[in-house]
Design a protein. Structure first.
Ligand code: FES
Length: 225
């Protein structure tokens, strides 16, 4: 499902800039959201032309090329380049995804890149995760126990108990799901959103955790859940 929606501080009336490709091979156009709060100007879309024959296959490769060859002020997050850290999450042609695992050839036409929807924007493609991380901290995402650890031993799980965590522990907290959820757009001050609820369930489902009742009590709320 396409989830395009602009970030919160968006009136796209800034003066657009065009960055032509320095070479002319297989050129693709990218329309990239630009916003610098220090400039006092409204956001704008800049167009970048990239020669795909001189570029890696992923959207992140194109962004790195734009920044290193055309406009060093272009700002975005990235770290692992392997779909592990979650920092390159953004909206590409109306869908949230990781720029490092999204192939340019899977996107049609002029590629429109914006920050994750409905987040405050710090600069260009960098959203402010302060609230998202505060919500994550609120569910106490760590093992909580009351009984003493068995002396000299770990708290063990059976293979079946461990399997209960499959599909939960892998979440990389990129916020792509939460920021494509309309309920989270409208009520993110109260609703925890899919990513944080998944994490909350990850600890409820953990056979070693001994605070299940307290965790459920904390979720018991007309908006939070
Ligand atoms: S750079 Fe780490 S997930 Fe994309």
């Amino acid at each position: 499902m396409a989830t395009f929606s602009l970030p919160k501080n968006s009136k796209i009336t800034g003066k657009a800039r065009h960055h032509a490709a320095p070479t002319q091979g297989k050129v693709r156009k990218f329309k990239v959201y630009r916003y610098d709060p220090d400039s006092g100007q409204n956001p704008r879309y800049d167009t970048f032309e990239i020669d795909l024959e001189q570029c890696g296959p992923m959207v992140l490769d194109a962004l790195i090329k734009m920044k290193s060859e055309q406009d060093p002020t272009l700002t975005f997050r990235r770290s692992c380049r392997e779909g592990i850290c979650g920092s390159c999450a953004m909206n590409m042609n109306g869908r949230n995804g990781l720029a490092c695992t999204t192939a340019i050839e899977d996107l049609s036409g002029e590629v429109r890149i914006t920050p994750l929807p409905h987040m405050e924007v710090i600069k260009d493609l960098v959203p402010d995760f302060t609230h998202f991380y505060a919500q994550y901290a609120s569910i106490r995402p760590w093992l909580q126990t009351v009984t003493p650890t068995p002396s000299g031993k770990e708290r063990l799980q059976s293979p079946e108990q461990r399997e209960q965590l499959d599909g939960l522990y892998e979440c990389i907290l990129c916020a792509g799901c939460s920021t494509s959820c309309p309920s989270y757009w409208w009520n993110s001050d109260k609703f925890l959103g899919p990513a944080i609820l998944l994490q909350a369930y990850r600890w409820l489902a953990d056979s070693r955790d001994e605070m299940t009742g307290e965790r459920l009590d904390e979720l018991e709320d007309p908006f939070r859940l």
